[in-house]
Ligand binder design. Structure first.
Ligand code: SAM
Length: 424
């Protein structure tokens, strides 16, 4: 097809999803976000068609009518597994209604929604059901799938729910997996996963700096990083013998006639008390100072271990090894919006550029805003390459559809010409 399919994009952020569609040959005609740094990044790297503003305040008439695909990676905070308070009342959970409104008002051929994996388990699956039902109720054929970015050549095990819908009665296409573990017995055609080291190894020994610089003939932008790899924490002042204290608490629990279950219920815990009374293995734990004082009230024990259990002091902590990016030789864990992991062999976090590379943004894509803001824009984004793979299969479906329409038109025209000739 010669003319490019047109796209409108909601919740565009800095443009990961949009750039994937552009790379696959689509033209984005209108985009929106209310995060000004992300809009600045978008404008400088993609185009000025992005409008800064709250989508709930932008009437449909202000948005172009003529486009083929609507994109909307609707915000996910309320849905995230990491957020234990997620619930159906969180206002952000209803931002998919903006996508719904635009689909209803503009009737795009296809739409693509994107969200975190937690959406699937929220309210025992009721939320995703409700969303899909809402899209179906306005005449769209809708499917969703959990896609793992590393399966498509992104050096990151990011999992995202992708919802695709169309009003043409076509199949909703999802891209085929192209990458996997080496020596995959089930599919020998898969290419090996891309590792973190492969893509950012060249920056490991390069010191971070505020300005762009040249490395091996290539300009490197945004190689800036958070340096906090150590911190302070409140730790116990005295050496404690955990086994002894657990035994002591167990004695007083029995003496005062409390069961472990009753103690848990009293504190509102699910299993914690079980660990306080454990004597026989390494999974015991000592109650924190306020729980200790409450237990003392319940069991009325003496002062023997009060200081050991309750006196704290500020200590230095080196962040756990676990906070380091662990998969240097494999795809990384999810790059989040809140803060990157520590570099595997440097005393710094992964730099903005390293995170951007792991999210498959091109090297010349420059981010704007404070350090935290840049990390956030990148962590929010759909990996460009994953977006491109999704865009490619949608484009194929659209091409087939356009082809079938033009075949039908051609057939009608041929019939008309034949009829005209016969009845002349
Ligand atoms: C998950 S991010 C989308 C990232 C984007 N799809 C990408 O690939 O880069 C969600 C975006 O929704 C934006 N957002 C949230 N509420 C909004 C609102 N009411 N109006 C406009 N944008 C909003 C946030 O600022 C954020 O950039």
């Amino acid at each position: 097809m010669n003319e490019k399919y047109k796209v409108t994009s909601l919740f565009s952020g800095c443009g990961g999803l949009d750039l994937g569609f552009i790379n696959a040959g689509f033209e984005v005609v209108w985009a929106n976000d209310f995060f000004s740094d992300a809009v600045e990044t978008y404008k400088n790297n993609i185009d000025t068609h992005i409008v800064l503003g709250d989508i709930t305040k932008i009437p449909s008439e202000k948005i172009p009518d003529d486009f083929d695909v609507l994109l909307g990676g609707f915000p996910c905070q309320g849905f995230s597994v990491a957020n234990t308070k997620r619930n159906m009342d969180d206002k952000r959970n209803f931002l998919y209604k903006e996508l719904l409104r635009l689909i209803k008002d503009k009737q795009p051929k296809f739409f693509v929604g994107e969200n975190v994996k937690g959406l699937l388990s929220m309210q025992q699956g009721k939320v995703i059901e409700m969303i899909i039902e809402d899209f179906r109720s306005i005449g769209y054929k809708v499917e969703y799938k959990l896609l793992k970015a590393s399966d498509y050549g992104v050096p990151q095990n990011r999992e995202r729910v992708v919802i695709i819908g169309n009003r043409l009665g076509l199949k909703n296409p999802f891209p085929k997996i192209t990458h996997g573990l080496e020596n995959n017995l089930f599919d020998r055609n898969l290419k090996p996963y891309i590792s973190v080291k492969e893509v950012v190894g060249h920056l490991a020994d390069i010191r971070t700096r505020d300005i762009s610089f040249e490395l091996n003939g290539k300009l490197i932008h945004n190689h800036v990083a958070r340096m906090n790899v150590a911190d302070k924490f409140w730790g116990r002042k005295h050496n404690v013998n955990q086994d002894e204290i657990c035994g002591y608490l167990r004695y007083w629990r029995d003496k005062s006639g409390w069961s472990t279950k009753k103690v848990d219920e009293h504190f509102g815990y699910a299993y914690t008390a079980g660990h306080w009374f454990r004597k026989d293995n390494n999974s015991g734990s000592i109650p924190n100072p306020s729980d200790w004082r409450e237990l003392k009230k319940l069991f009325n024990f003496d002062d023997k271990y009060d200081l050991a259990a309750t006196e704290l002091e500020l200590k230095d902590i080196k962040f756990e090894q676990s906070l380091r990016i662990s998969n240097w030789e494999l795809p990384s864990d999810t790059i989040t919006a809140t803060g990157p992991e520590i570099h595997p062999n440097r005393e710094r976090r992964m730099s903005v550029r390293e995170c951007a590379i792991i999210q498959t943004f091109p090297d010349d894509f420059v981010f704007y805003g404070s350090l935290g803001s840049m990390y956030k824009q990148i962590g929010n984004a759909v990996p460009v390459l994953l977006a491109e793979k999704i865009a490619e299969v949608i484009k194929l479906e659209l091409d087939k559809y356009e082809q079938s329409i033009s075949n039908t038109e051609e057939a009608i025209n041929t019939n008309r010409i034949i009829r005209e000739k016969v009845f002349k």
